[in-house]
Structure formats: C-alpha cells, structure tokens
Design a binder for this molecule. Sequence first.
Ligand code: B4P
Length: 222
Amino acid sequence: MVEQTNPNSIVGNLQLVFLGPPGSGKGTQARLLAAEYGFRHISTGVILRGEIKAGTPIGREAKKYIEGGRLAPDHVVRILAENAIKAENNKRYILDGYPRTVQQAIWLSEFMNSQKSSLTAVINFEINSEEVVSRLSQRRIHSVTGENFHLSNKPPPEEQAEFIITRPDDQPSAIRKRLKIYDQQTRPLVDFYSSKNLLVPVSASGSFSDVTAEIRRVLHLP
Ligand code: B4P
C-alpha cells in the first residue's frame, strides 16, 4: 500500500506503472482511471499498434513480433516510451505495459533519473492464467476507435458489427506464446520492483468496478 496522508496530493503526483500478464486488464483500468482523474495513459501496446497501422519503419519492424505474440524489441519500445514520457513533462501518468523486461525497467529508471523524476508505485495486476485466456479469447476491438470490448462482460454494439475485429495477437496460438513470454521475461519485474519497495499488488480477477475500487483504495485516491 502506498503511504500518503493527503489523497489529493497524490493525484497531482502520480507516476505509475501498470504491470501484469496480457489480458489482466491493465489497459481497461488505465483508461478508466485516466478519464476519472485526468492523468495521461501511456500504453506502449497502443503506440505500437498505431505505428503498425501507419506503416512506419518502426511499425513494420514491430509487426512481425507483436502479431505472432512476441514482445517488440527492447530498443524499439524504449524510444517510443521515452518520447511519450518526455511529452508529459513530469506530470501525472500511467505507464501501461512498459516496462515489460528487466532491460526496459533499467532503462526506465535511468531515464526517470535523468528527468529528475521517479515512480510513485508499480501496480501489479494479479490474476490466474485461465482467467486471462478466457478474457483474451473474448476480447474484440473497434477497428476505427480502438475501443476494447469483451464478448460477455462488455459486448460490442451490434450496429457497429462491421468494425469489430479480433486482434491478431489474441488468436489462441499467440495467446499461449504471450503467456509463456510473460513468465520468462516480464514476471521477473515483480521481484525487481518489490526489492525497490515500489510493488503494490491488486487482485485483478474481480469485475471492472471491483478492480477500479481496489486500485483507488491502494493508492488512496478520492
Ligand atoms: P497491450 O496492448 O499492452 O495489451 P495486453 O497486455 O494484451 O492487455 P491488457 O492487460 O491491457 O488487457 P485489457 O485491458 O485489454 O500489449 C499488446 C502487445 O504489444 C504485447 O503482447 C507486445 O507484443 C506489445 N508490447 C506492448 N508493450 C511492450 C513493451 N513494453 N515491450 C515489448 N512489447 C510490447 O483486457 C483484456 C480483455 O479483458 C478485454 O476484452 C477487457 O474488456 C476484458 N477485461 C478487462 N478487465 C476485466 C474485468 N475486470 N472483468 C472482465 N473482463 C475484463
């Protein structure tokens, strides 16, 4: 739990990482909290998909990794993440899905030091693999707005059916690969941030509002 006496002061200073397996709801919760508290949502997944859509050299390099369920190369994501953080000018933001490797975490720490800034907390989304597989296999995306849906928990609107797609990395073989990669490359960050006293666990297996309430509680958000 993050120790703060004045809940309003922390809203002004939040610099968070959302860590967790694919499909644990990092993006969903980041969007909800950003809308409510007005801090910026920096998702490397969203940025990478934007580069792929725009057909940039970075997007062309990242595409073959992401769509097959692998992580984009560290050096590619580093540039995108640091540019996005710099644009925020040390204000409040959530890093959703960055870092995802120990190398990225070391770079992030060096970068934040160079900006005279530091992380407030790393929210660790705890959830079991069965729940994650069920969520990802039911995730659908609006191909124009990028909005996320879930076939049972947040069904896409029927009148928009022609725009609703399944992400290439949400195919069953890619989901299995992403979970394996999470265990090998991202889970070590739990110990990394725990040893720095930054890790704040939350149970991510409840409903949308349960998870939001728990994040609010651990961060003492009003
Ligand atoms: P991301 O776009 O970050 O997405 P994600 O990890 O798949 O999902 P997230 O945890 O945000 O789950 P969501 O809210 O959507 O990454 C995609 C890919 O980009 C990565 O695999 C990687 O290849 C690449 N990438 C990104 N960052 C990188 C980095 N730093 N380094 C290298 N590569 C990188 O929720 C999932 C589903 O569950 C949705 O359908 C949602 O509606 C549903 N859901 C959410 N919360 C729920 C709840 N409480 N109850 C029921 N359903 C819920």
